[in-house]
Design a protein around this ligand. Structure first.
Ligand code: CNA
Length: 252
């Protein structure tokens, strides 16, 4: 689809048009998908941003390659680098961003169907997104289990999502009437395939530093390049929610 194709659902490819969709009540089952980029402004580095990304800054851990810190085979041999990192990323040291607060506001207004996050930092919970609306696709610090004895962990939904792209979880994007993707390179599967599961007529809004995935190939795709917090504020402005959002965020 070329950039000038007329959208099917939106009046045009703009944040204002997405805001109008929400305000008019035509988007009430919003599915949000997030990655490390939503938390960089909170001080947690993402993986792949040049210079500031975690993979760029792991020399101190003496890894064979940066990804090894999250590989279970490496972990079995030497769990220490992971624990060094886990300590740094542990919940309690970081404050949610305004983008996290926006997702909480969607939930408060009963517009959030589900949040899929790749993050393990628990900042969605800290912002007040109800845990039952969060799928932590790569696990999180909220729960854990022994990799050998498999002591059960409480969140059944999370286990399904982590072990495989299980149909009940992956079916959910098909229910969405608006998909908002925030701060992810969409390189890690199966998460990376989720935005494609949205029905064709469903608008998809991307807040990211760069264009990712198949964004831009559909008539109702809206791409907002730049820091997600800026884009989210723009959307909140268009919705007339800015004051409520800033208040909610400041109160976190
Ligand atoms: P990634 O591959 O590092 O990509 C991050 C994306 O976000 C890139 O496309 C950036 O351009 C973009 N970005 C960075 N800052 C901003 C910003 N302020 N506004 C908008 N966009 C921004 O990270 P992904 O999440 O896509 O990769 C998946 C991995 C990263 C998952 O396994 C996560 O568990 C893992 N991770 C999580 C955290 C966390 O929990 N906060 C931190 C680092 C990595």
């Amino acid at each position: 689809v070329s950039e000038d194709t007329r959208p099917d659902t939106l009046s045009d490819r703009s944040i204002a048009a997405v805001a109008e969709l929400i305000r008019s009540g035509r988007a009430r089952r919003i599915v949000v998908m997030t990655g490390a980029g939503i938390s960089t402004a909170a001080g947690i580095p993402d993986f792949r941003s040049p210079k500031t990304g975690l993979y760029h800054n792991l020399a101190r851990l003496n890894l064979p390659h940066p990804e090894a810190v999250f590989e279970v085979d490496f972990f079995r041999n030497d769990p220490r680098p992971f624990y060094v990192l886990a300590k740094e990323l542990y919940p309690g040291n970081f404050h949610p961003t305004i983008s996290h607060a926006f997702v909480a506001l969607l939930a408060k207004r009963k517009l959030l169907r589900l949040l899929f996050t790749q993050n393990i930092d628990c900042l969605e919970r800290a912002a007040g997104v109800p845990p039952e609306l969060i799928v932590e696709a790569h696990g999180s610090f909220a729960t854990q289990r022994c990799i050998d004895c498999k002591t059960p962990f409480p969140d059944a939904e999370m286990r399904q999502c982590v072990e495989s792209a299980s149909p009940p979880v992956c079916a959910l994007p098909q229910e969405a009437d608006l998909v908002i993707v925030i701060g992810t390179s969409l390189l890690v599967h199966p998460f990376a395939g989720l935005p494609r599961l949205a029905r064709d007529s469903v608008p998809r809004l991307l807040f990211n530093m760069e264009r990712v995935g198949d964004f831009g190939t559909r008539a109702d795709d809206v791409i907002c390049l730049g820091a997600c917090d800026d884009g989210i504020r723009k959307l909140a402005d268009e919705l007339g929610w800015r004051e409520e959002l800033e208040k909610l965020w400041v109160g976190l």
